[in-house]
Write a protein that binds this ligand. Structure first.
Ligand SMILES: *Cc1c(COP(=O)(O)O)cnc(C)c1O
Length: 550
């Protein structure tokens, strides 16, 4: 037996060693690197969507709050990470993982991401990023072009202009939405005569100066929760995000919006932005952007489109018409880490007008000097990684037509799945897919009939039991680890806006096959039978109703 009495030490020499670039490819670190890659590949190839070890068990491996007093060898610690972390991770790249908006990545990003970590450029300022700064500005230009399609001389003039910005790259849709509303707020409460603007003097004095009673942000009731965070941090308040009703397709009712706008006007409440959602998080539907643009123009209000998830559809010549009107938006949020298949931490907000962002411009003495091209003068975040490089690489390697194939494939797969669900007597499609997201639930055939004949009370009871059943199936399916769909609660018009728990599916992984979709339904039907509470109750009540009404 070999006694392992190696002990890592915390000497200065060993600290220096860990910062030194390994020379030989067969060095210890080189070997560890290879081992990690192999282990990760193994995980990605063979794991199914999730593993069933209970979270409480996993927490035991992460229970100590002590910072170690003795260092570990990289090799030992790597083994810990592989055993306790990697092995217990969620396999978001599995083709049967069809529950969320962030999922599979193209494999080339693994080696390329080393460039980002290896160089550790800080995009806050040119001094620490050099070529990464023009690269990021070019990526923002490409996204601007995708949305607004301006002529070449527009980009020649503005893309690299020191005092302008076509947008900002950030960690995700949340920061992108906050940035868009920050700009909108500052433009509404801008400097005016003696008043030096909300950015300098704050909300309290701004409101006094302009004589507004309150501010508001208008978005459909399907708006993403990040908008409430934005309202909170911008001092506007969550209550001032005013939810506008949606129609039976989860799209904003523009008549209600117009009505609300005139009510606000009468009360001297100033809307800082009207927001259209291009791909709602829960149901994937797209607001009528053209109509919203016209309403925003008529009220001279900032028009923002939250296309965090759906924006990538613009890559598809076949389907980009679904987002018609987005080119009239003052600002647009797009997450590259959703349908552009880039790792997380890649959000963007793009502004139509290259001068919009001056309202949040910030300068400091030691960096971000006036007239510098430092990106940090127009971003909410400070130090930032070179993540734009991975989007840049993907845009080049995949290309627009490549993305179109992926986007079209996802949309058409969702149409296939919707048809498949409709063909099943015991499943109900709850929301039709507009892009690649749909919702549905399991309802025994006889119960579908009983629901039509039930009294109000009976229907209520049935719907509640069905909600429990959906939740039961979804949890069981996740735990059993073969496949994963998510669930959410919506208020569909066809059930009198009663709260309805549904399965939610996002079909973004190109490797998800029709066979996998068929087996997801099959598994859910089987799991339903394992429910010892909801299903028997549903059957009993169904029989009662059907017998009575015979
Ligand atoms: C995902 C999403 C967001 C939030 O983006 P994060 O990257 O998670 O911060 C905002 N709005 C919509 C419509 C989204 O789908």
């Amino acid at each position: 037996m070999v006694v392992d009495n190696r002990q890592a030490d915390a000497s200065l020499a060993s600290m220096h060693r860990i910062f030194t670039v390994p020379e030989a490819p067969d060095s210890t670190l080189g070997a560890i690197e290879l081992d990690i890659s192999q282990n990760l590949n193994e995980f990605l190839r063979h794991h199914i969507a999730a593993v069933e070890k209970p979270l409480a068990e996993i927490e035991k491996d992460f229970s100590s709050a002590d910072i170690p007093e003795t260092p570990s060898f990289v090799s030992d610690h790597t083994q810990f990470l592989l055993d306790k972390l990697v092995a217990q991770s969620v396999h978001t790249s599995a083709p049967s993982f069809i529950g969320h908006m962030t999922s599979a990545l193209p494999y080339f990003l693994m080696p390329l991401s080393k460039i980002m970590i290896g160089l550790n450029q800080n995009l806050v300022k040119i001094e620490t990023s050099k070529a990464f700064t023009p690269l990021e500005r070019q990526v923002l230009g490409m996204m601007h072009n995708l949305i607004y399609d301006q002529a070449d001389d527009f980009y020649a003039q503005w893309m690299h202009s020191a005092n302008h910005s076509l947008g900002s790259f950030c960690s995700g849709g949340t920061i992108a939405n906050i940035t868009a509303l920050w700009v909108a707020r500052n433009n509404v409460l801008k400097a005016d005569g003696e008043f030096r603007g909300v950015a300098q003097e704050g909300l309290f004095r701004a409101m006094k100066h302009y004589g507004y009673e309150d501010l508001a942000i208008l978005v459909s009731e399907r708006g993403h929760y990040s908008l409430k965070k934005a309202a909170d941090v911008l001092g506007i308040g969550r209550d001032c995000v005013i939810p506008i009703k949606t129609d039976e397709n989860n799209r904003i009712c523009t008549d209600d919006l117009k009505q609300t706008l005139s009510e606000l006007e009468a009360k001297r409440i100033k809307p800082i932005a009207i927001i259209g959602v291009a791909g709602t998080t829960e149901t994937g539907n797209i607001d009528p952007l053209e109509e919203l643009a016209a309403i925003a123009e008529a009220h001279q209000c900032h028009f923002h489109v939250d296309a965090a998830w759906g924006g990538a559809t613009l890559m598809s010549n076949k389907y980009r018409h679904l987002l018609k009107g987005i080119e009239r938006a003052d600002s647009v949020t797009i997450d590259a880490h959703k349908q552009l298949y880039v790792p997380m931490g890649a959000g963007m907000v793009i502004f139509k007008n290259p001068a919009s962002m001056t309202s949040i411009e910030h300068h400091a003495e030691y960096i971000l000097r006036k007239g510098s091209k430092d990106l940090g003068s127009h971003t909410l975040e400070g130090s930032r990684s070179g993540m734009a490089m991975l989007l840049f690489a993907s845009l080049n390697i995949i290309s627009r037509p490549g993305y179109e194939l992926l986007i079209n494939g996802s949309i058409e797969k969702a149409q296939y799945f919707a048809d498949l669900i409709k063909q099943q007597a015991d499943f109900e499609l709850v929301t039709e897919p507009e892009l690649c997201l749909l919702t549905y639930r399991y309802v025994p055939e006889a119960t579908q009939q009983a629901l039509l004949l039930a009294t109000d009370d009976e229907r209520e009871t049935l719907l509640e039991a069905l909600n429990d059943l959906t939740q039961f199936i979804q949890k069981r399916q996740r735990e059993s680890g073969k496949s994963f769909v998510s669930r959410t609660r919506i208020h569909p018009k066809q059930w009198q806006r009663k709260i309805t728990t549904v399965f939610r599916v996002v079909l973004a992984n190109p490797l998800t096959s029709h066979e996998i979709l068929q087996s997801v339904l099959k598994e859910q039907r089987e799991l339903a039978k394992e429910s010892e509470l909801s299903l028997p109750a549903i059957h009993t009540l169904t029989q009662q109703i059907l017998k009575r009404t015979k």
